[in-house]
Design a protein around this ligand. Sequence first.
Ligand code: KG4
Ligand code: ZN
Length: 337
Amino acid sequence: MLILGIETSCDETGVALYDSERGLLADALYSQIALHAEYGGVVPELASRDHVRKILPLIQEVMDKAQIQRQAIEGIAYTAGPGLMGALLVGVAVGRSLAWAWEIPAVGVHHMEGHLLAPMLENNPPDFPFVALLVSGGHTQLVQVEGVGRYRLLGDSLDDAVGEAFDKAAKMMGLGYPGGPRIAALAQQGNPERFTFPRPMVDRPGLDFSFSGLKTFTLNTLQQQGQDEQTKADVALAFEQAVVDTLAIKCRRALIQTGLDRLVIAGGVSANTRLREKLQAMTAERGAQIFYPRLEFCTDNGAMIAFAGCQRLLAGQQEAPGFGAIPRWELEDLPAV
Ligand code: KG4
Ligand code: ZN
């Protein structure tokens, strides 16, 4: 089944063509980072307007790249939520309208389900069941995954999501947006002997996360130590190490608690090299396997939405004409396939 996937939940316009037999045929991404950078974060109204400008040209681009005529497309998958309402509505409106005009089924996809299934686009996809660590700008979650749509939330962030904590720490150091990759780059010059930051909530049982204390600790350190280049690099490294260690401790705990031996990491922060290395070492030590998407499919993209939507359309799920978006949406509310 050949599916057109559309992602517009935040600041990237992503489009892809995925075929259940032939795999990913083409994908295209337009990032709005430069547009939002001068504001230090995503401006929702500007995001919506830019999606409007880019979405149709990107759809044309993937069809040209894959040499696919519109008659070959058998279904449409678009991100229905969670995300920014105005931004979501662009993808929802375009997806539904094309489905109506082309007389094919369409399905609204949960953005985090897209992230969660993204490693299945790779050559060596994980089998079910597995534990997934979802780390993005809006979510930090540990999920027990039994199948598509069969999700049990094991742990969640009580305050700031981990990507958000990276972005806020970067802002404190004047590094700009998005913060994650910039902190990671600066941390390479950091001296690991200088600071050790606390690992939040690791001494308490459970799998929930809290990163707001670490954010305050970072701010206090910067205020006390000054903001010369070396201090910023040392703080970036201490911050990154604290986040990575905390995530690794919780992932290990989740594998033990569930008795599972497969770990999937996905979402923007799963692009972080230190996190990948740490989790690789942790899973290897346990004799467990780790799976993650290629770098460009860690952050938002159309391929993961095409893939997730394809699973649901193949199972016969689709939505009645008419459309809505769901800016707040829990993974556990999804129907099983
Ligand atoms: O999944 P994503 O593209 O969008 C959301 O669904 O939120 O994730 C974006 C987040 C941002 O907070 C960004 O700073 C973070 O992912 N991020 C990183 C890295 N690359 C992106 N964080 C740490 N290290 C990275 N290399
Ligand atoms: Zn995302």
